[in-house]
Write a protein that binds this ligand. Structure first.
Ligand code: SF4
Length: 316
């Protein structure tokens, strides 16, 4: 079976129930962030190209939306950076015309926002969540490890320009990495940048599931809250409400699908599925026995990962 460009629906705190659309294949990105949940970047590029065939993506979306599923959003996200695909605007416009009942969202690292044509493609998307982890060249390179052709100044200017004209909901996410971008002086500079943007909500996040490197630690609750105060940011969590109960076989499938996208604790799976902790524990134990999942212990708890490795990022 080939790579599927459509995944979910995935419940998330920010976007409700969201169908994910992946416009690249694993893992094409302009960055290789130290905290990435999708594993190491295998093709690091700053060049926009057709990393997925838009006709195939459209066909897959059509198949999933034909039955009018209950969804809050269709979200461009997944394994890597969606804006790298030259067809982002084309697919987004097609969605708006054919399925106007579904709101559209984009999760992006914003590294290409210096490009006015790309900003135009994104302008009609109702929610844009852009990640900005540093305004300092050295820290940006240490945290996000971008392609050498990515220019931080152009990226920041591009986000500023976008925020001024954008009429949708702009979320700017800052990922706190202890020891790399958490110095008070750096946070003060970040705050200045966020203040220079047009209307937007600044959110702060930290690692709470296995990332690319085991040395990347989550920030403590206290550090997160302190940074949130400096930045005037909202600390964000992982998952939102449940979707109701399911039969065990279907639930097992669902668990596999969820953890193939992102590692989860039993608690996360309980919140997503609506099943009881006992039910989830029993099913993940069965999946572990059959070799379909593995475990990883982190400060937040024991995470379950699909045996084939990490999956694409999902809306948080
Ligand atoms: S976190 Fe996002 S921007 Fe960073 S490497 Fe992963 S997919 Fe790319």
């Amino acid at each position: 079976m080939g790579f599927s460009h459509v995944f979910g629906p995935v419940p998330s705190r920010r976007l409700g129930l969201s169908l994910g659309v992946d416009l690249v294949t694993p893992k094409v990105c302009s960055c290789d962030c130290v905290y990435c949940e999708c594993g190491p970047t295998t093709k690091k590029t700053a060049q926009r190209a057709l990393y997925a065939d838009p006709a195939k993506v459209i066909e897959e979306i059509d198949q999933r939306l034909a039955g009018s599923p209950k969804l809050d959003f269709v979200t461009f996200s997944g394994f890597g950076e969606p804006t790298l695909n030259l067809a982002l605007g084309e697919v987004a416009d097609w969605l708006a015309k054919k399925y106007p009942q579904y709101r559209r969202a984009l999760l992006t690292n914003a590294t290409l926002f210096g490009n006015p044509a790309l900003r135009k493609e994104c302008a009609g998307i109702g929610v844009v969540a852009a990640s900005v982890d540093s305004v300092d060249e050295k820290i940006f390179r240490a945290v996000n490890r971008p392609h050498p052709d990515i220019c931080l100044e152009e990226m920041l200017e591009g986000i500023r320009a976008f925020s001024k004209d954008y009429s949708g909901r702009l979320l700017v996410e800052f990922f706190l990495v202890p020891g790399l971008n958490d110095q008070p002086e750096h946070l003060a500079r970040m705050k200045k940048f966020f203040d220079s943007l047009g209307p937007c909500i600044v959110e702060i996040n930290t690692l709470d599931r296995p990332g690319t490197f085991s040395w990347v630690a989550p920030a403590s609750r206290q550090a997160l809250e302190q940074a949130a105060r400096i930045l005037g940011a909202v600390p964000i969590g992982s998952f939102c409400q449940s979707q109701g109960s399911m039969a065990p076989a279907a639930l097992k499938e669902r668990i596999l699908e969820i953890i193939s996208r992102r590692p989860c604790t039993v608690d996360d799976l309980v919140k997503i599925s609506g099943a009881s902790p006992q039910e989830i524990e029993k099913l993940v134990a069965e999946l572990a026995t059959s070799g379909l999942v593995t475990k990883k212990t982190l400060p937040r708890g024991v995470f379950f990962l699909a045996q084939q490795g990490p999956g694409p990022k999902s809306p948080t």
